[in-house]
Structures are given as structure tokens and as C-alpha cells.
Design a binder for this molecule. Sequence first.
Ligand code: NAG
Ligand code: NAG
Ligand code: NAG
Ligand code: NAG
Ligand code: NAG
Ligand code: NAG
Ligand code: ZN
Length: 678
Amino acid sequence: MRSTVVLCLAASLASVSGQTFQRLGTCPTLGCVLPPDQQDFLPGQQFDIRFEVHAPKNGSEAFNGGVPDEKFTATIQKDNGRTRSIADFFNLKEPSLEKWTFSWYEDLFAQDAKTPSVVNVASKIYRRVALYEPGTYKVTLNYFSGKTTTAEWVVRPIANKKKAKNVIFFIGDGMTTNMITAARLLAHKTINGKYQTLLALDKFPVLGHQMTHSIDSFITDSANSASALYSGHKSTVNAMGVYADSSPDLFDDPKVETVVELLVRIWGSAWGAVSTAFLADATPIALTAHTRSRYAYGPLIEQALNGLGNYSWTKTNGPDAYFGGGAEQFLAGSGSYLGKDYYAEFANKNYSISLNKTALLAAPKDKRALGVFCRSNLPVWLERNIFKDNLQKLSNDPAGGKGAATDLPGLKEMTLKAIDVLHTRGGNKGFFLMSEAASIDKQMHVLDYDRALGDLLELDDTVQATIEKLKSLGILDETLIVVSADHGHGFDVFGNADTKYAAAQGDDRKKRNAVGVYQNSGLSQYTVPQEGVSYGTGANFPVNWDPRYVIAAGLGANPDHRESYGVGKSGPRVPATTIPGKSSDDLYVNPTDRPNGFVVNGTLPTNEAQGVHSLTDVPVFATGPCQETFGGVYSNIDVFYKIANCLGLAHGTNKTVCDDGKSNGGNGKYNDGHGGHY
Ligand SMILES: *[C@@H]1O[C@H](CO)[C@@H](O)[C@H](O)[C@H]1NC(C)=O
Ligand SMILES: *[C@@H]1O[C@H](CO)[C@@H](O)[C@H](O)[C@H]1NC(C)=O
Ligand SMILES: *[C@@H]1O[C@H](CO)[C@@H](O)[C@H](O)[C@H]1NC(C)=O
Ligand SMILES: *[C@@H]1O[C@H](CO)[C@@H](O)[C@H](O)[C@H]1NC(C)=O
Ligand SMILES: *[C@@H]1O[C@H](CO)[C@@H](O)[C@H](O)[C@H]1NC(C)=O
Ligand SMILES: *[C@@H]1O[C@H](CO)[C@@H](O)[C@H](O)[C@H]1NC(C)=O
Ligand SMILES: [Zn+2]
């Protein structure tokens, strides 16, 4: 096996012409197998298989006059078993041939010159298949008389025994260890180097590390990283619940079944999603979304409620609890699917509908519950709790009016309510809840570190309240709690900054001298009550968000901006803007942001208005049944396999299933030789 893999790689490298752009990320040769080489599967998990044969008409790969082979064939072989055609193996009718054309830029020069390379494609897709027996499967595509592309798939030996009744999966979007460290410094007091209190996360018994790379790029976005966490299959930036194909249709790509689709199909459990983002945003919607484009917001809310009308697929029958922002996809109009009123669509399926916190808290526990509290994302914790006047400036009424949404729940209220509904509705069948602190990411993007850390502390406070809630319901011991992230940002703190001194200096270089490093970084002032200032936000938050000596923090990747440190009191930050008369793709320092600060020239392409995601591994905290399987360093897809193992989602044959929960290749210590999937 190994030698074949190496040979394939050598052959493919020769035909990879560009790094910035790829013809199709998972397909370096002219024959594409989707799922591609090195993918892992849960026994019984449903997926589609697509084959594509590419005939580039022009560009560096031009082949066969741009005429694709329409007579390609494909086979599958398990371990050393018989080689069979795909249709025969899965007992399917041979699907009909599809054809399309796409174009791509081979590099930045081609993009500047507007000379795309054109590719003609012949393809077939085999829909809704599954592999039940653990083992290694070799899939071979034969095309252009003599060319082959091979994919090795591993069906992991995972238990079908359920060990946890419930799973609560918290995602701090974009959250890294560096941010957790900074949040702890802001909210928890030290005396002579010793913390007097700790974060809820600090008390978790097990900590692991996951690698977040996409299938075809080392920096990920929240769509395919969520998809990897929920399905065990990596994907491409902007794609969810599918392997991205090259066709123009955003909904025809080969799909993979997600954790909630499996859970509903196999155990009939309840499930829910809670987010401080709009509900159609990548992290909440990826639980049910199957698309090449995360931006298809309207159709994705339809998919969440009614499943995939376009294809036969597992139906979750809709979430049991669904709380967040994003009224645009629910109000009848241009943002909703086919212009329909999705409040009415949900209400017709017997959901209670809450448009504010008061209604949410009063919603019945035994009915399915939809809560949409504003348009766009929920205002962040700092606006909801400290700078409340800023809420009035917004036009985000979830009922569609011009006014502001002011009776807003936080992540904690939404999560605790979801637990009540899911516990009631799941009964003996248990539940799965995903709860996302979305604006850790969103505020890191705009370099608004205080707002990002406020939302991180809200997540931590929510985790603590969740543990207490599960205890009071008597279900803590049967609930696995996982807290992780989907990717990071290159954020860190490197000292403090004296905001008073900085503001008093006229010169940019002198302003920078307000930063105190090493010895001069001193101690956190956020935990010191200040006369005349009462934030009253409780034990898990700073008592003073606006001390004179603040953290000096930054991102490894940023647009041009101005820095003055300290909290922005008028609302979330906009660091860079376009300049009237110049290109809309050219971003400069926003003249109204931190006017007192000094200019920091960006490190990013000049068309980026915000910071971007970074490479870092992200932490995985676990407590509850199966917690021990979460230690170590592993891929983001392993988070899915660990959860699937704990929930008994594998539906394979009993003879090959092992039940120790440790031989799934996800833990270095127990690596069984199928380790190639990292
Ligand atoms: C390929 O052909 C298209 C027209 O079909 C043209 O627009 C494009 O510039 C060509 N690309 C290259 C790389 O020659
Ligand atoms: C079904 O497919 C059509 C055509 O691609 C698309 O416009 C529509 O949004 C899809 N619907 C859903 C719910 O995915
Ligand atoms: C909604 O509830 C009513 C009354 O309890 C019931 O008759 C109806 O079947 C339910 N509809 C759906 C879609 O569940
Ligand atoms: C909250 O929603 C309820 C029910 O929709 C409504 O009656 C009430 O006026 C709302 N309260 C606020 C403060 O908007
Ligand atoms: C930022 O870049 C500009 C040129 O684009 C340069 O004139 C200026 O000195 C730079 N500022 C700093 C603080 O490096
Ligand atoms: C495994 O065995 C158990 C008990 O014999 C049976 O109930 C179950 O359906 C089997 N699972 C599969 C996937 O065959
Ligand atoms: Zn992001």
C-alpha cells in the first residue's frame, strides 16, 4: 500500500501547477475520486461517491483537445477481497453521465491577465451509499485508456455501543489557548503569581489538541472545519457536509452524513443548536447543511427544517431547540428560501417561536423551540452587559421593524433553555446540543480583543452554568461535554499599555513607548475595582473593563489600522476602510477608529478589511463519559469519531467492532496502523 501511495504522490506533484489556485483541491490528476484518497468513515455512515474526468481545453494542463473520457470505469476492493464495479458492490443502477465546463486561474499572473484555463468534465455520482465493515477499501478510477486515480478509504473499527446519553459540544469560534490565557488574566485575580479563582475550562480533567487544516488548504474557514468536527470528513473552504466537486451547482456535491443526522436515524435522539451568530452561519448550520457554499443561507435554513428536498437523504425532522440571531432568513423576503416566512414554516411544524428573552424563558419545555432574537449576529457580551446604550443604535428587530432588539438573551440563557427542551424531548433517547460562542471569532477578525474576550468569558460562564444545570437535572454523569474551537487567530498578549500616557503623546513612535514589556507589564488591572465604576457583571468577568493599564495585544495578521489599546466604548471596531475615490478592493486605516492611536501597517493583502484565521492547533477540553479518549494530539475529524464512538453511532457488523473506544486511530497511544489519516 505504502509504495503505491508514494508513487501516486510523485506523479501528482508533477501536474500541480499552482499553489494559490487549484483546479480542484482534492484532485491533482485529471481523474477525481470523491471522497478522495486518505479519507476515513464511520461504519454505516451514508455518503455519495462522485467520479470526475477532467479534460483541460487550454492552459498548462491542456489534454485530449479538451474532450473528456466518457467511458471511464471505477472499481472498489475491500482489503484483499474481490475487485468489483461500484454499481455492483453497492447494488445500485449505473447512474447517468453528467457533463459540465468550469474554469480556473492557474496563478496570480493568470488572474491579473484574466486568462482562465477552461476544463471540460464528464462525471457520475453514486448517491447514498454506506460501508458497514471496518477495513481498508481501495477505489480505482480508470480513464483515458490507461490512466488511473486511486483512493484508499479506511472504515474505522468503532463501537456501536452507546456510552453517553447526551453530548454537549461547545465551540468557541476561533478560540485559541492564547485567548483563553488572556481571558483568564482579565477575569481572575492573582496574588503574588497565584490565581485565586480559575476558569471553568481550567477545571476540565482532559485536554487535547486538534489540527484544523482543510482538506486542500492549511488555513481553514468555519464552514469546512465545523463540517469536519460534525461528520469526520474534511472539506474545502466554504463547503459543508460535502466533498466539493467542480460542477457549478452548489447543491449537487457528494454528501456525507453528519452527527445529528446519524443520531436521529440511529437513536431517534433530540438535537439542538445555539449560537450568538445568525443561525444560518457556518458553525450552527453545518450540522445539517450540504452545500458547496456556506453563503446559500436561505436554502440552508430550509435544509435544517425539512432536510434536502433536492435529494433523498437522512431527515432530522428539524432541530428540537434552535436559538440564535439571523432573522433575515426567517422573515419573508429576499433573505429567506423562496421568499417564504420561516417563522410560519417552523410554527406550522409545532415550534414555539420566541423573538426575545422574555418569550424564550417562558417557552414550553416539551415543544420544539425556535428562538431568533435579532437580525444578523447577536450583539456581543460587552454591548449586552456593559455598553448597553450601543444596542439602541442598531436596527435589528427580529420581527423586521426598524427598531433595535433590546430584550436579548445571552449564550447562557439560550444554552440552559436548550438543555431543558432537549432533556424533556430527548427522554431516554438522549440529546446532542451544539452551543457556539461565535463572536470570539467575529471580534478577533476586527481586532476588537476586548469584545472577543468578553464573549470567551461568556462561553466559560455558560460552561460553568451548564455543569450546574446538568447536576440539578441529575444527568451530569451521563453527559459528555466537549469544549473546543474550529480554528484560531494569531492573537497574543505581549505586555500592558498605559492608555493615559499613549493618549498624551503626539508622535506615533512615542505612543508605542506606552507599551510595557517584561517587568514593566505589571499585573492585571481588570480585576481591581475602580472608584465610581461599577460593572457588576459577576465573578466570572472583569470588575473593570476600562483600567488605565490595559493588555497590549495584537494579531499576527492584520490590515492597516490604528492602535491605541483599551476598550472601544462606542461599539465593535472597524479597523480598515476603503477610501473615497480609490478602489473598493483597497483597504486603508479607518480614520475614525482609535483616532488617538498610532498607525500599524498591515501584513495582509491590501484587499483584506479584517484579520484572518491562522494555522494554530486548537484545544479540546472534555469531561464526562469517554473523556479519556480526548487526550493527545489529533485531527479535527477525530473529534467526530470520538463523539460517534461515545454515542454508539457506528452501525457496522458486530464481528469486527471493537468496544474499547480506544482503537479508532484517533489516539496516538493506541494507533493501530491506520494512522495515515492525519
Ligand atoms: C482559454 O480559453 C478561453 C476561451 O475559451 C480564454 O478566455 C482563456 O483566456 C484561455 N486561457 C488560456 C490560459 O489560454
Ligand atoms: C435545490 O437545488 C436548487 C438548484 O440547485 C437550488 O436553487 C435550491 O436552493 C436547492 N434547495 C435546497 C433546499 O437546497
Ligand atoms: C402539531 O400539533 C397538533 C396538535 O397537537 C397535531 O395534531 C399535529 O399533528 C402536529 N403537527 C406536526 C407537524 O407535528
Ligand atoms: C417579547 O415577545 C413577546 C411575544 O412575542 C411579546 O408579547 C413582548 O412584547 C416582547 N417583549 C419585548 C420586550 O419586546
Ligand atoms: C506605513 O507604510 C507607509 C507606506 O505605505 C509608510 O509611509 C509609513 O511610514 C509606514 N508606517 C509605519 C508606522 O511603519
Ligand atoms: C449487533 O448485535 C446486537 C445484539 O446481537 C443486535 O441487536 C444489533 O442489531 C447488531 N448490530 C448490527 C449493526 O448488526
Ligand atoms: Zn472567522
